[in-house]
Write a protein that binds this ligand. Structure first.
Ligand SMILES: [Mn+2]
Length: 339
């Protein structure tokens, strides 16, 4: 008999969720089962590909850290994403479930910690050897780093593994990693040749991107503007600006990939100054979107000059006092009405 675990691919929390659930299943549900792993990724308006689901007599499927599926062969489900349900019908299907094996908590910072808590509270299962993995999955998925240095210097084994998890396109490597996460300390996994060989070039690129950002940034009034288009950088660790400039409040950047010119805007979670601007609203005004603390705008790759113009305009806007500041100073409506 087989269990297939469908996990959120190229995501540390997705792999850690698969590892925690697999160890539980192998120890406490059906030790004689063969467990296999299939990575799934988010695509607009598509949930779990029906072709990815194991359909055989006595087989089970578990989805972890990914969208709900109403398929009858899916017998376990754990997720914490706000967008867990593709349709209201899927949500109704989940709410009507009576198996007691499908769990959802959009408040949880990570799916791994959510699974560990459910296994402990509902099934009386706890595995101390997995505590380190659970803790780091929660730090990584919840962006709960102690400081920018931790998030950028990548000294912790979990953060080194995260680099490989996010960049690898090799399913065999990812699945070996899920197996190792179940039984090895993270420091030991990092030392294994199949990880160490992948890691070296990734860390080299990471360190190069820190230097490029350091050398091509303009910092004033607690706002960092930088432009890495032309430096073969298609992505970078988003905490680098706050590592280089600890009193930075916002950063605005431009980069270009074959498919887009991208403007990124972010608020420093360790900023000594409060946030006065809603970054989602600013990005929406320029055709992008995001959250109050982080957002992005994508333009066609040929519109790089326009992207630079928009990014500079946003940096200027963020250097001035924001609406959050004025509303705190202005009297509330009706406050100063003469009697
Ligand atoms: Mn997650």
């Amino acid at each position: 008999m087989r269990l297939r675990i469908l996990y959120h691919d190229n995501c540390f929390d997705g792999l850690a969720s698969a590892a925690v659930f697999a160890r539980y299943y192998a120890e406490a549900v059906r030790p004689e089962s063969e467990i296999e792993y299939v990575g799934v990724t988010h695509k607009p308006r598509i949930g779990v590909d029906p072709a990815a689901i194991l359909r055989e007599e006595g087989g089970e499927n578990a989805i972890v850290d990914f969208k709900y599926s109403p398929e009858p062969e899916v017998t376990w489900w754990f997720d914490h994403h706000l967008s867990a349900f593709l349709t209201p019908e899927d949500e109704a299907h989940f709410l009507a479930d009576t198996t007691g094996r499908k769990f959802y908590d959009p408040e949880s910072k990570s799916c791994t910690l959510f699974i560990a808590n459910v296994l402990r509270d509902r099934f009386g299962y706890h595995c101390g050897a997995l505590d380190e993995l659970v803790e780091w999955a929660n730090v990584i998925d919840g962006a709960l780093y102690a400081d920018a240095r931790t998030a950028v210097e990548l000294e912790q084994p979990a953060l080194k593994l995260m680099q490989v998890v996010e960049m690898s396109r090799d399913p065999e490597l990812i699945q070996q990693l899920i197996r190792d996460m179940q039984s090895m300390p993270l420091a030991g996994i990092v030392e294994r040749p199949y990880i160490a060989t992948q890691l070296a070039p990734l860390l080299e690129r990471h360190h190069r991107s820190i230097e490029v950002i350091r050398e091509h940034s303009e910092y004033s009034r607690n706002v960092l503007y930088f432009d890495v288009a032309g430096f073969d950088i298609e992505g970078y660790n988003k905490f680098i600006p706050y590592y280089l400039y600890p009193d930075c409040r916002y950063n605005v950047s431009v980069l270009v990939t074959p498919s887009r010119a991208k403007i990124s805007v972010g608020f420093n979670p360790w900023s000594p100054l409060i946030r006065e601007h809603n970054i989602a609203k600013i990005c929406e005004r320029h055709g992008g979107g995001g959250h109050p603390v982080v957002g992005a705008i994508s333009l066609p790759p040929d519109d790089l000059d326009e992207a630079r113009r928009v990014a500079r305009a946003i940096a200027s806007e963020l250097r001035a006092p924001g609406p959050g500041a004025t509303s705190m100073l202005a009297p509330p409506p009706g406050f100063n009405v003469p009697e």
